[in-house]
Design a protein around this ligand. Structure first.
Ligand code: TYM
Length: 315
């Protein structure tokens, strides 16, 4: 029996190289290893906390499906689906709500960050870890490849699974996060974690002009031989043994080093960009992939939900 792997991305706009190296590249590598039964989904109900516009949401969903396919997630080998197509996710989330306390959810990073910024938080964001636990646990997931920022959420899923098992009997496996140390937190152009909300991203499918603009905007600290923020991004695209020579020969020459980085990113992104453009021509095919994946996911999830409903005594 193969292990079960599941992960998701929110359709909130173009993915960046942080999403790619932190998580999406692992999706492709682990799928191609042949060792896992893979489920990759679009977390559209999670995205609804951020995108509350019909056209934008619909566009983002289509775009992220194309992105998934363009990085090499073969819909014939993995189940690619949309969270909202499988109503068992929200149903299970509602069941889990009865097991989870408010103080427990108040410890979540996302909630604490919102509180620190004094922004009003909606119930969807507060409850985010519970819906995410449902996403993961419905499929008897063994491993969840993610970036470091999602580690706490996978721990919530484990805790909730354990709580349910204690109350209602053994039902859920405890999932493990899969985080690669060297890309756990990919830095952005300002050295902080790369994130859309910090406006410091390099889009994964960037045009050459966008790459130039982003790299030229990388914050450099004058005075040092090696511009740390440039190097940190560069090592995603080239082995450090190469970089030692390059940075050794160009000490303090920030412009030359940025130009080298532009070439390396563009060489890497160009084939991805081209593959994406090809896939984007077949909108119908892309929609069919989601329909097929949704049906497949529904089969697995609804069987699990029946077991859960029997355990809690409503069926
Ligand atoms: P999302 O859409 O914010 O991000 C998708 C993936 O990208 C990773 N990531 C990063 N990794 C390294 N460095 C960075 N700078 C960086 N920025 C983002 C994230 O860790 C994530 O793995 N809550 C999830 C979506 C989700 C999910 C799930 C994931 C919903 N349900 C169930 C796994 C299992 C999220 O918001 O990801």
């Amino acid at each position: 029996m193969k292990k079960i792997l599941l992960s998701g991305v929110k359709p909130t706009g173009r993915p960046h190289i942080g999403n790619y190296f932190g998580a999406m590249k692992q999706f492709v590598d682990l799928l191609n290893s042949g060792n896992y039964d893979c489920y990759f989904f679009l977390a559209d109900y999670h995205a609804l906390n951020f995108i509350q516009n019909r056209e934008e949401m619909a566009r983002n969903i289509l775009d992220l499906t194309i992105d998934y396919m363009a990085i090499g997630l073969d819909p014939n080998k993995a189940t690619l689906f949309k969270q909202s197509d499988v109503s068992a996710h929200t149903e299970l989330s509602c069941i889990f709500d009865t097991l989870v306390t408010m103080p427990y959810l108040q410890r979540a990073h996302a909630y604490k960050d919102a509180q620190a910024k004094n922004v009003e938080i909606n119930v969807g964001t507060f409850n985010y870890p519970v819906l995410m636990a449902a996403d993961i646990l419905l499929y008897n997931t063994d491993v969840v490849p993610v970036g470091q920022d999602q580690k706490q959420h996978v721990e919530y899923a484990r805790d909730i699974a354990q709580k349910f098992n204690n109350v209602f009997g053994e039902t859920f496996k405890l999932p493990e996060p899969l985080i690669l140390e060297h890309v756990a937190t990919v830095p952005g152009t300002d050295g902080q974690k790369m994130s859309k909300s910090y406006n410091n991203t390099i889009p994964l499918f960037a045009t050459r002009d966008e790459i130039i603009k982003a790299v030229m905007g990388i914050v450099t600290d004058s005075g040092s031989d090696v511009p740390a923020n440039v190097y940190a991004i560069h090592k995603l695209f080239r082995p450090e043994s190469d970089l030692k020579t390059l940075y050794g020969a160009n000490k303090g020459k920030y412009k030359a080093l940025k130009e080298a980085l532009i070439e390396d990113i563009d060489a890497f992104v160009k084939p991805l960009r081209e593959r994406r453009a090809e896939i984007a021509k077949g909108e119908n095919t892309v929609n069919k992939v989601l329909q097929r994946g949704g049906s497949n996911a529904c089969l697995i999830a609804s069987t699990k939900l029946i077991e859960i409903k029997q355990k809690i005594g409503v069926l």
